[in-house]
Design a protein around this ligand. Structure first.
Ligand SMILES: Nc1ncnc2c1ncn2[C@@H]1O[C@H](COP(=O)(O)OP(=O)(O)OP(=O)(O)O)[C@@H](O)[C@H]1O
Ligand SMILES: [Mg+2]
Length: 478
């Protein structure tokens, strides 16, 4: 039998220390105690590393956060469960950012402590055997957010995100979700809502890019009859509809400066009124915001207010693009196939090795949405060859050419096709850019690729506003 895990318990209150130690010893753990952060670090420096540290957040001298920081510096892989008080929200958020495995709130019941400790000590399972899906059946029907929520996380980065969601969902702070178009920001927002204390209340989504500024304002805050021409009936806004629930401000980077200022006020005061209305309403909605823009650049360019950004970004999650977690492609293919075949009332189609290889090679500028659409088309066309051809036509730039039988290895015809394809692609991109007066965001939308992918393509093809049409010359990059 393997020996019991060692736990180092750190708390300045002797009574809590005794109580917690007993609870853990009942579960057969070897428990050592330290009465301060300093003492905990001394032990870490000298003795063997414990399997887990259970650490009080508020202590005199070196507090829980400082101790956590030093522990993580010493041993980045060290598992730490924090013990917090109810009103320690900011510190709990800090602790999650610093990589705490979990936290429990004082006063806690024995199963809460024992559960958190058990989870923290359970080693991550290998990819193949892991039940990767998170399935939550949503009950209420709000906007378009009413279907099954299925969150797949198999890569280390996504597993970390999922673990963070489990923690941050329960802390009632705004979360900012970043990542390219189609990576899964919205589904992540829904997961946060579903795992939060607000789960039984509505989740409401507002797409800030879809409406002009004044319409967006009335959409968010509602209006009274007579507030403006055409307002003959009063209407509640999304903030009201999300009362005690969650509001997702999607594409927050597209919000006008004036409305950003108003939103900031609402978030600071916690109150708002309908347009044309006099009474003050309480804004009790947890705010989640998502964007695919480069926020740092938007702040520098002054298209995103820095103060609003800080308000929204109590916690930030950046969802990696699909090309950085290719190991999830086989699972995602299967997931989309099962899901969509059910929706279409069809039998799932086989995913051949050839199709899988082609998918693994592709760079997925449209990320998971692009992959989902591919499966949908496959189900409609029922012709794998067509799908593979389309995929190849869309290109496999980037460093995806690692698997056997890459284009360069095959040479000849393949290279020719590629150069023709690159020509066509560059022309199409140049056209979209000129149509939009070189507004890259608009052009990206028109081309149905992400903003980042467009920037990459512009560089790859050496495009410029002057229209240096040297397509043929650049065709064989890669
Ligand atoms: N982890 C995941 N597991 C299963 N399905 C996912 C996952 N992430 C994304 N998807 C699916 O991929 C599609 C795109 O996801 P989503 O709409 O959340 O992306 P997004 O980041 O909000 O995109 P955009 O920036 O374009 O709004 C959806 O159909 C979603 O259900
Ligand atoms: Mg979205």
């Amino acid at each position: 039998m393997t020996s019991a895990p060692n736990i180092l318990l750190v708390d300045d209150e002797p009574s809590v220390l005794r109580y917690t130690k007993t609870l853990l010893e009942i579960e057969n753990y070897n428990v050592e105690t330290a009465a301060s952060g300093e003492e905990a670090l001394r032990r870490m420096n000298h003795g063997p590393a414990p399997n887990l540290i259970v650490l009080d957040l508020v202590m005199p001298g070196m507090d829980g956060l400082q101790t956590l920081e030093s522990c993580k510096k010493m041993r980045p892989e060290q598992k730490v469960v924090m013990i917090s008080c109810v009103n320690d929200t900011n510190k709990v958020v800090q602790a999650i950012k610093m990589g705490a495995s979990d936290y429990i709130t004082k006063p806690f019941l024995p199963p809460q402590l024992q559960g958190a400790v058990r989870r923290a000590l359970t080693p991550a399972q290998p990819l193949a055997t892991q039940a990767t899906a998170y399935s939550v059946k949503t009950s209420e029907s709000v906007d378009d957010l009413d279907d099954d929520l299925f969150f797949l996380a198999a890569s280390p980065a996504m597993k970390q995100i999922r673990a963070q969601v489990a923690l941050i969902a329960k802390v009632d702070v705004p979360v900012l979700l970043l990542g390219e178009s189609g990576v899964g920001k919205e589904i992540l927002a829904r997961l946060i809502h579903k795992m939060s204390i607000r789960a039984h209340r509505p989740m409401v989504k507002v797409n800030c890019a879809a409406l002009p500024a004044d319409l967006l304002e009335s959409e968010l805050f509602g209006f009274e009859a007579g507030a403006f021409t055409g307002a003959n009936k009063s209407k509640p806004g999304k903030f009201e509809m999300a009362q005690k629930g969650t509001i997702l401000l999607d594409e927050i980077g597209e919000m006008s400066a004036a409305l950003q200022a108003k939103l900031l006020h609402v978030l600071q005061d916690g109150t708002f009124s309908r347009l044309g209305g006099r009474s003050n309403l309480t804004a009790d909605a947890r705010v989640l915001a998502a964007t695919n823009i480069d926020v740092q650049k938007a702040i520098t360019d002054r298209t995103l207010r820095e103060d609003l950004y800080y308000r929204l970004n109590a916690f930030t999650m950046t969802v990696p693009p699909l090309r950085e977690r290719r190991e999830e492609i086989p699972l995602l293919l299967r997931h989309f196939m099962n899901n969509m075949s059910r929706k279409f009332g069809k039998n799932p189609l086989p995913i051949s090795d050839r199709l899988l290889q082609e998918c693994l090679r592709h760079s997925w500028p449209g990320n998971l949405r692009e992959l989902g659409n591919l499966v949908k088309r496959y189900l409609v066309l029922e012709a794998e060859d067509v799908i593979i051809d389309e995929l190849q036509a869309r290109g496999s730039e980037g460093n995806g050419d690692t698997s056997a039988g890459s284009a360069s290895a095959r040479g000849g015809l393949k290279a020719l096709v590629r150069s023709l394809k690159d020509d066509a692609e560059a022309k199409e991109i140049q056209r979209a850019l000129e149509d939009s007066n070189w507004n890259r965001k608009v052009a990206a939308a028109q081309l149905n690729i992400s903003y980042k992918a467009l920037l990459y393509k512009i560089k790859q093809h050496g495009l410029s506003p002057a229209g240096s049409r040297e397509f043929g010359l650049r065709a064989n990059m890669n």
